[in-house]
Design a binder for this molecule. Structure first.
Ligand SMILES: [Zn+2]
Length: 438
């Protein structure tokens, strides 16, 4: 056997079907062999994780980085450092909140230029579907975006307009022709109310489940009609799970994700004026949270991504506590592993479930599964070593993303990330991440 560059071994290595004592042999950035724990090679650097978990590096396909143009909200350096600290080795950037947005080929080129040599982990890119940009979709897809995002409600920024059913009837045949995935912010505007205040209940009432349920029904209908693959981002309304399940069973190509904040927090406990909890769709009640876990358990919900959506702290309007006017978004790229593990373990889920939700399934969503999201021969040697039994208290000042206001402040979580490896190298202070083009 030739001497590999590095061997990482441990008592709890998470493989696709089992957790077992194994050694992971790495050469030229890839996993070349997975052997028994004792299969080590003299003269090779060895990292022994002991009783800590060795897992595939996390894949997060829903991250808003905001560069270029709104780099003061977040940038590639700060976001990818936060990712690495949280065990994330691949992320995919959303097409909005940067200026220009990634809705044209020129916008994509601007995005790539701002990311180049700035990334500590590997980064892919979503394009956007906005009214009138159908002719840009094929060039962006050829350049390498993993798929396209649209909004059915105003997105929060003027330069990324939402689409109507009429717009989708133009765009979806083109997406089907390309074989491209359409990911959808699924809330319909006519069910959303403009009035509310500092109490969380009135904000929650302004974004009712029905706005999501009806939007998802529309997307099921359009996916069936045009044959376009559709994915619902940040599912919050558990009421939509039965219709998603029925559509999937009937062969409609529709999938869904949810986010750590919907699986951890409950509306009943959000303090008045605590706008750091604001996101759209909103964090809902305790019963709803448990039903989302049921949707993950039976596979109707495919995976969990952060929807890391930062902004400068003052845009959260913490002083007035006005939920209706505050920016909606929770920055949690770095905390996804411990938040989900804390809640999953409490409900009896395993490390295999966790790895499916945080690594393998998001990698498959963007067709990165041959290289990302699993410990298999031939995959990139992206690995995280973490202690599932250690606890920590979230201290905002120790987070790596740019703005520290977070609803997780003071939360006690299980799961401490110890080391993150990108393509066989410990992530240090040089940005060695690749831009992943399809
Ligand atoms: Zn988002």
């Amino acid at each position: 056997m030739p001497v590999p560059d590095l061997i990482i071994r441990g008592q709890r290595v998470v493989l696709p079907e089992t957790v077992a004592p194994r050694s992971v042999h790495i050469s030229e950035e890839r996993i070349v062999f997975v052997g028994d724990y004792d299969d080590v090679v003299a003269g090779c650097e060895l990292v022994d994780a002991g009783d800590s978990v060795v897992m595939p590096g996390l894949v997060d396909t829903h991250v808003h980085i905001n560069a270029p143009g709104r780099t003061e909200w977040e940038g590639f350096r700060s976001a990818t450092l936060a990712a690495a600290a949280g065990g994330v080795t691949t992320l995919v950037d959303m097409p909005l909140n940067s200026i220009p947005p990634t809705t044209t080929l020129a916008g994509l080129e601007a995005k790539l230029a701002s990311a180049r040599d700035e990334c500590f982990v590997d980064v892919g890119f979503w394009g956007g579907v906005v009214p009138g940009n159908t002719a840009e979709l094929a060039p962006m897809f050829a350049r390498g975006v993993v798929g396209f995002k649209c909004f059915l409600v105003p997105s929060g920024v003027d330069e990324f307009q939402h689409v109507t059913e009429a717009d989708l009837r133009v765009a979806m045949p083109e997406l089907s022709r390309l074989g491209a995935l359409l990911i959808v912010h699924a809330e319909l505007p006519h069910s959303i109310k403009a009035e509310g205040g500092a109490d969380y209940a009135s904000f929650l009432a302004s974004r009712p489940r029905v706005a999501e349920n009806e939007a998802i029904a529309l997307m099921i209908r359009l996916s069936r009609e045009f044959g376009t693959r559709v994915h619902i981002v940040h599912l919050s309304s558990a009421e939509a799970i039965p219709s998603l399940r029925a559509a999937q069973a009937a062969g409609v190509k529709i999938t869904a994700e949810t986010c750590p904040h919907y699986l951890h927090f409950v509306a009943e406990e959000v303090p008045a004026g605590a706008t750091e909890f604001k996101c759209c769709p909103p964090i809902r009640e305790r019963d709803n949270r448990e039903q989302l876990w049921d949707g993950l358990k039976d596979g109707t919900i495919d995976f969990i991504v952060s929807d890391h959506s930062p902004c400068p702290g003052e845009m959260k309007l913490r002083e007035s506590g006005d939920f209706m006017k505050a920016w909606g978004g929770i920055a949690s790229l770095e905390l996804r592993l411990p938040v989900v593990w804390t809640e999953a373990r409490r409900r009896g889920f395993s490390l295999l479930d966790l790895t499916r939700w945080l690594c393998a399934n998001p990698a498959r969503q963007v067709a990165f599964e041959r290289r990302k999201g699993s410990i298999t021969v031939g995959a990139d040697a992206d690995l995280v070593i973490w202690n599932p039994d250690a606890q920590f208290t979230v201290t905002p000042s120790s987070l790596h993303h740019r703005h520290k206001l977070t609803p997780y402040a003071g939360e006690v979580l299980n799961g401490v990330v110890q080391q993150t490896f990108l393509r066989g190298r410990r992530i240090t202070n040089s940005p060695l991440g690749h831009l992943l083009l399809r």
